[in-house]
Design a protein around this ligand. Sequence first.
Ligand SMILES: [Zn+2]
Length: 266
Amino acid sequence: MMGPAHSLSGAAAWLGVGAAAAGMGEPMPWPVLLAGALICAGAALAPDLDHKAATISRAFGPVSRALCEVIDNLSYAVYKATRGKGDPRRSGGHRTLTHTWLWAVLCGAGAAAVAVYGGRWGVLVVLFVHMVLAIEGLLWRHARVSSDVLVWLLGATSAWMLAEVLDKPGNGSQWLFEEPGQQYLWIGLPIALGALVHCLGDALTVSGCPVLWPIPIGRRRWYPIGPPKGMRFRAGSWVEIKVLTPVFMGVGGVCGAGALGFFGNG
Ligand SMILES: [Zn+2]
């Protein structure tokens, strides 16, 4: 899938978590719902860091271009090293290592560690990266008309404002993990969820997604998971733009309303 569909499905997934939490009588504070939905929207672009034309690889100028190069080479090396007898030869790393559940978990854990051990600046860095991605993903071509620098400024301002709101007592920096020293530990959850949702989105496309690696399936370790061939679509096709994108918006809206208690359960 392309950027907007990935980002919208990420936001909808976190709003779904919020609705489920409200349904279980443990509603999220609204700043956690909002920040989590934006972080998840941004994180849902992250796995494509193995492809130089992807939004994330362009989003941070030379920094992300260099990182993309490293990740692509690393992914390709891991693919070659762990290829099963039934896995085909391939010429690059796109849709391999970064499109797995293990990568999603590692990203979530890594970001949580930066937020917890990096103090206020750690939190701001994690928020900044994901706000820039969320802006690029959700606004898509509309963000492209402006310069990168403007998008970064907007990302930095929103990161700063979100941190201010979350830091107020009861607003969510201590959400879910309440022991002292666990502020912002939860931030890993929307990040891991975003990456997983990205993989599920890619699984719906023609090439599928090897999300279960390194768990072997038959003679393959990189088995491309997906629905039966007839139910898959091409990335950027009309199904994605005319059907999935509005569905993600609708589901996200309903879940968001549910999470905030509009249906009387909050
Ligand atoms: Zn992808």
